[in-house]
Structures are given as structure tokens and as C-alpha cells.
Design a protein around this ligand. Structure first.
Ligand code: ADP
Length: 503
């Protein structure tokens, strides 16, 4: 909107009617809406009731004089502009009016063009003044909105029970709520612009933050997470999410610190419960198993009915399955409790493998399978580990190779020394595992159920236990397999400084 296309309200105050009419005629032609007042009182009424932009005011009037009218108009609305019209006799009063804040004065008698010129200029000034005020008000409002929005966001962040930390794309912290400060016992005043390592000494968390920022350019659907124990003793799960700009550019990351102490406690209780129940079940089950063996032996000697023997043998098989489930559950509980390794000492892996393979000889012979250990003619460096745990790893893997290979198949265990680890391959030419199942066989209770494996007993806990133990030893396990061709499980065990130091 400009002064050109807006209709401005102008008030003419003069006791002479012909002047009022003349001004009205001239200003109506330039688009003004003209109000008229014959004296001061009338003028003040109009200023109060109408939105007047400009007053053309005669100084010399009966009753209230022009100077007083001007003063009172300015009291009512200081933005109204006043132009004085005066005869030469009152020029000094006109100067006084200017001092009092009048915008301009026009001596009487005035020329039409002169009046138009002065009024147009005054209206322009009025317009600019109004615009300036409007913009100032708008900017005040925007600033107010911004600060309310900012304080609202801050209030919400502070009220969140989870810790929230935001970093820029350089890893500098730009926001950190009170929950994070409490979790890490940080000073309330800790300033932004620093890095996580300036506040937290958990090197795992610092690396996690660093890696999240470095890998932000390769987005993935997985939400990276990290678990740690906070300074205030609670268990935390940290989740990282990237903040992307409009064109997908990486601006920074949000880290959410979720307190999972209650879940962890529940998990510990569950593990304790499973461990206790498994422990209590193991002895009576073993006793039942042994006593059944005795009864079956007696039956054989007394040539009892074949049907009875069959029933008992099946029951004995089932008890064996139960014992192996209980043992797996106990292994799992020990792993979860971090107690899978009870006695760490140097283990000669070649000797251990020889003993284990020998232990499976009779089973292999019974299945008419060939089972052999291939190793280099050299001395292998020892592995620092709990011998029982390693025994459990290879018993599981070699046992599986025999179990999932049909009669007449070949199983080979190959031991090799690589640069800084030992590699043990357990190869079979059995049923093999499909690619889809290869991704899942290390999950707890996952068993492949197809025509060939459906009737083979097992718990689905062997491989997760093996993986858990190898992880704890800083080792690894992987599988290469093809359906109906066979599988190779590859175990790598670190030797020397890489080996696990503590139990
Ligand atoms: P379980 O043998 O008790 O079922 P595991 O965790 O040891 O449990 O193995 C999980 C699954 O992986 C098995 O059910 C089996 O289908 C598959 N698997 C393991 N080892 C082999 C192997 N050598 N050949 C083929 N399949 C195997």
C-alpha cells in the first residue's frame, strides 16, 4: 500500500467557511477525504472519532486559538501531522506552532498548487512514518515469536526424561538437556561448542559419537546404538539419528540417551531364574538318565519284551535331549553373567582339537562318516582362554557337522596359523544351509526345519553359545555353505596380545 492509492483523512479547521470549502475542493481532487471543523472544539471531536492523518489548521480563530488546538490534537494522537495556515499578521505564532511540532505552515492567501504540494509531501511523510511503525511492530512480533518458540522448545527438551544431545556436523555439542547433565554428573553451566570427550571419559561413547558423524554420509536404515553405564550408575542405551537439511545435506546428529536400567534388571532376574532352574534340573535329570540305562541293561540281560525296551529307550533319548537343553541354558546364563571363562590359561589348541576329534571317533564310525584333523607340522602359539569354553565351542561345531551330514559323509577339521590368529575350519559335505538361514542360525533357538533336518534333535542354542564365547574371546565365527553340498564353519582365535586378558 502506498500513499498514492490510499484515501487519507484530512481535517480542515478554519472559522471562515469559504476557506474550508476551498481546501475541501482542492484536496478532494487529489484523493483525500476531507472533514471540516469551524472551531477548536469541533476539530478535537473529529480527531477523536476519525483516523485523521493530517490537520490543516488556522491559527487565528475565535474561542480556542490554533496553538491550543494543535497542542490538544497532539495529545490525542501524536502521529497526526499539522499544517498551519496563517495570515502575515500571525507569522510569529506560526513559528511558535512549528516549534511545538507542526509539520509546515502556509501563509494566507495560498495558491492551489502550493497547498497541493505541501499536503502531498506531508501525506508522504505520514505514510512513511506509518510504514516504519508497522515494520517495527512486525519485527517486535517476530522477535517475540522467536523467543517464545525457542523457550518453548527448551522447556520441552528440559522436561524430557531421556537425555538429548545435539551435535553439529563437526561433532561440537550445540544442545544438551538437563537429563544428560544428570546422567553424567555434569555442571549445569557446561558450555556448548565443546566435544563429547570434554565431558565424558567413556572412550566407547566418544568413539561412537565420532563414528556416527564420520559415517553420516552413508545413510542406512539401521539406527546405530551404544550401551554404557552412566556416571550416576544407570544403564544407558544411546541412539543416534542424523539431522538432514532440505537438500539432504548432513547438518548434525541427535543422540538420545535412554535409561534402560529397569530392563537390564529384569533381564538379569530372568537370567538368574533360568540359571537356577537349569541348575536344579540337571542333577535329577542325569540321575534319571543313568537309572534308565541300568534298567535297559537289566532288561537286555533278562530278555524282556522288545516293546518295553523300545519305550524305555525312547524315554532315555528324550531325557538326553533335556539334559543337553539344560546344559545349553546353563552355558548361556554363564555367558550373560560374563562368567563363561572361569580359568584363563594358555591352551594348546592342536592338542585340544586332537582330543575332541578322538572323542567323536566312535560316533563317526557308527555313522560310517570319515572324520579327520588336518594341521601343519609346526608348533602353534597357545591361546589364552578357558579350556572348558573352547572345548564347548569345538564340541558344538564338530557335533553339528556330524549331526547334519548324512551317513558316509566326510568331516574335516583344519587348523592353520595365520598372521596374528589361529584359524580352525570345520568342513562337512552334509545337508548345507541356505543363504537365508545362514543369516539366522546364530540367533537363539533358531533351527532349520526342512525335510532332512526336521527329525534331528537339538535346541537351537549351540551356535549362539559358540558365537557368544568367541565374541568374549575377541575371536570370530563365520559360515560358508551351499545346500546339499556342505558347510564350513570358520573360527578365528587371536593369539598374543589380542587374546582376552581377563575372565
Ligand atoms: P541345534 O543343532 O541344537 O539345532 P545350533 O544352534 O547348533 O542348534 O544350530 C542351529 C541350526 O543350524 C541347526 O538347527 C541346523 O539346522 C543348522 N546347522 C548347524 N550346523 C550345521 C551344519 N554343519 N550343517 C548344516 N546345518 C547346520
Amino acid at each position: 500500500m502506498t500513499e498514492q492509492n490510499e484515501t487519507w483523512n484530512v481535517l480542515v479547521v478554519d472559522d471562515e467557511e469559504n476557506i474550508r470549502l476551498a481546501v475541501e475542493r482542492i484536496l478532494t481532487k487529489i484523493g483525500c477525504r476531507v472533514f471540516k471543523a469551524a472551531d477548536g472544539q469541533e476539530a478535537l471531536q473529529v480527531v477523536k472519532s476519525e483516523d485523521i492523518a493530517l490537520v490543516i489548521l488556522d491559527l487565528k480563530m475565535p474561542g480556542m486559538d490554533g496553538l491550543e488546538v494543535q497542542r490538544q490534537i497532539q495529545e490525542i494522537d501524536e502521529t497526526v501531522l499539522v499544517i498551519i495556515i496563517t495570515g502575515y499578521a500571525t507569522i510569529e505564532t506560526a513559528i511558535e506552532a512549528m516549534r511545538q511540532g507542526a509539520y509546515d505552515f502556509i501563509p494566507k492567501p495560498f495558491e492551489t498548487d502550493h497547498l497541493r504540494f505541501v499536503v502531498r509531501r506531508a501525506l508522504q511523510i505520514f505514510y512513511l512514518q506509518r510504514e516504519r511503525e508497522r515494520l517495527a511492530e512486525e519485527s517486535r512480533k517476530t522477535l517475540f515469536d522467536l523467543s517464545t518458540e525457542k523457550s518453548r522448545t527448551r522447556t520441552i527438551m528440559e522436561a524430557l526424561p531421556n537425555g538429548v544431545m545435539v551435535t553439529n556436523n563437526q561433532g561440537q555439542i550445540v544442545l544438551m538437556n538437563q537429563a544428560v547433565k544428570n546422567q553424567f554428573n555434569l555442571d549445569n553451566e557446561c558450555s556448548i561448542g565443546n566435544y563429547i570427550q570434554d565431558y565424558v571419559c567413556d572412550s566407547g561413547l566418544c568413539n561412537f559419537v565420532q563414528e556416527t558423524i564420520q559415517q553420516a554420509d552413508c545413510p542406512s536404515d539401521d539406527i546405530p546404538t551404544y550401551e554404557l553405564e552412566a556416571a550416576n550408575g544407570s544403564d544407558l542405551l544411546v541412539e543416534a539419528r542424523p539431522i538432514l537439511g532440505e537438500e539432504g545435506s548432513y547438518l548434525g546428529s541427535v543422540f538420545i540417551f535412554v535409561d534402560i536400567s529397569a530392563i537390564k534388571q529384569l533381564d538379569r532376574l530372568k537370567s538368574e531364574f533360568v540359571a537356577k532352574v537349569s541348575h536344579e534340573l540337571r542333577s535329577p535329570l542325569s540321575t534319571i538318565h543313568e537309572q534308565m540305562a541300568l534298567v535297559i541293561q537289566d532288561m537286555l540281560e533278562q530278555a524282556s519284551s522288545g516293546r518295553d525296551q523300545q519305550i524305555l529307550s525312547r524315554a532315555q533319548e528324550k531325557t538326553k535331549g533335556l539334559i543337553s537343553l539344560v546344559e545349553d541354558l546353563l552355558d548361556l546364563s554363564r555367558l550373560e553373567a560374563g562368567a563363561a571363562f572361569q580359568e584363563i590359561k594358555p591352551v594348546r589348541i592342536d592338542t585340544l582339537l586332537e582330543e575332541i576329534v578322538q572323542g567323536f571317533d566312535s560316533q563317526a564310525e557308527h555313522n560310517r562318516q570319515s572324520l579327520k584333523l588336518t594341521k601343519q607340522d609346526r608348533e602353534y602359539p597357545p591361546v589364552e582362554a578357558d579350556e572348558k569354553a573352547l572345548e564347548s565351542v569345538f564340541n558344538n561345531l564338530i557335533g553339528n557337522a556330524l549331526k547334519y551330514t548324512p551317513e558316509g559323509g566326510d568331516i574335516e577339521v583344519v587348523l592353520q596359523s595365520l598372521e596374528d590368529n589361529l584359524e580352525i575350519r570345520i568342513k562337512d559335505n552334509g545337508f548345507g544351509i541356505s543363504e537365508r538361514d545362514q543369516e539366522r542360525i546364530f540367533e537363539r533357538f533358531y533351527r532349520v526345519k526342512d525335510d532332512k533336518t526336521r527329525f534331528i534333535g537339538g535346541t537351537g542354542l549351540g551356535l549362539p553359545i559358540v558365537k557368544g564365547m568367541l565374541d568374549d574371546l575377541n575371536g570370530s565365527i563365520s559360515v560358508e555353505s551351499e545346500l546339499n553340498k556342505g558347510s564350513t564353519f570358520i573360527v578365528k582365535l587371536p593369539v598374543g596380545s589380542e587374546t582376552k586378558e581377563e575372565g
